[in-house]
Design a protein around this ligand. Structure first.
Ligand code: ZN
Length: 249
């Protein structure tokens, strides 16, 4: 690392657990962010500022005025722009050292087979079960850690699945693919802006810890936030021996 990098990342390097080695691990790490909405925006901001080497961001949408309440990568003048283009502008201004790969596309299963093995870690910041299950399948198949977030109204969840480990549960152990869960999107239900920000930032925190190789991590746990009462709950998730996705690997 050069002098400027040592200064930029000095508050990480000062952490005994982190040090130059941890920062160096981050600098060579590749994170894949699925979705540049309410969760993906704060997650990408912190990953870029923290110095993750390569950040790949996938989203098919354009910026809409209704996004600005919580999707903090975008500015009023970004309305109408392709999200990943606007995201790239903001992230590059914060940290020009990060290699940004932006893809404006809806994810198909074939895309994940290409993108996931090239990443060291995946952040699921999407807003629907079909995508979450497709991302989970790819992370199980290629044994990549998955940091998943979800938020609606005043309720939010954070889940970490360290799928490099054979005994780790996967997203489908918790929410089976054939389960009766309905997609509820914040376009109809509403969502508390800073709560989405908090969960996205926590996704980035768990990702940075995993990539730098520090701390315990929240692997195998489901963290639930009730923002109205400011109550957190932590639930241990066990691997389901009958899980249709991860049991046979
Ligand atoms: Zn599973």
């Amino acid at each position: 690392m050069n002098d400027e990098q040592l200064l930029r990342y000095s508050r990480h390097i000062l952490l005994a657990e982190f040090g130059v080695e941890g920062q160096e691990r981050l600098r060579t790490a590749r994170a894949l962010v699925i979705g540049a909405g309410g969760l993906g925006c704060p997650a990408a901001l912190y990953l870029a500022a923290s110095g993750v080497g390569t950040l790949t961001i996938v989203d098919s949408d354009r910026v809409d005025l209704t996004n600005l309440q919580r999707q903090i990568l975008y500015r009023t003048e970004s309305v109408g722009m392709v999200k990943v283009d606007a995201a790239r502008n903001t992230l590059a201004a914060i940290n020009p050292e990060v290699n940004l790969v932006t893809l404006q596309q809806r994810l198909a299963a074939g895309d994940l087979a290409e993108l996931v093995p090239r990443a060291d870690l995946v952040l699921d910041c999407s807003d629907n079960f079909a995508t979450r299950h497709a991302v989970n399948r790819a992370c199980v198949q290629y044994a990549r850690p998955l940091v998943s977030g979800a938020a609606i109204r005043f309720d939010a969840q954070l889940m970490v699945f360290d799928l490099r480990k054979a005994d780790a549960p996967c997203y489908a152990c918790l929410f089976p693919e054939d389960g009766e869960v309905e997609d509820v999107q914040c376009s109809v239900m509403g969502v508390l802006a800073p709560m989405v920000g908090a969960i996205g930032a926590l996704q980035a925190m768990e990702a940075v810890k995993l990539l730098a190789g520090i701390g315990e991590g929240a692997s195998g746990r489901l963290l639930l936030l009730d923002a109205k009462s400011s109550e957190w709950r932590s639930v241990r998730i066990r691997k389901d021996p009958a899980c249709a996705v991860c049991s046979s690997r």
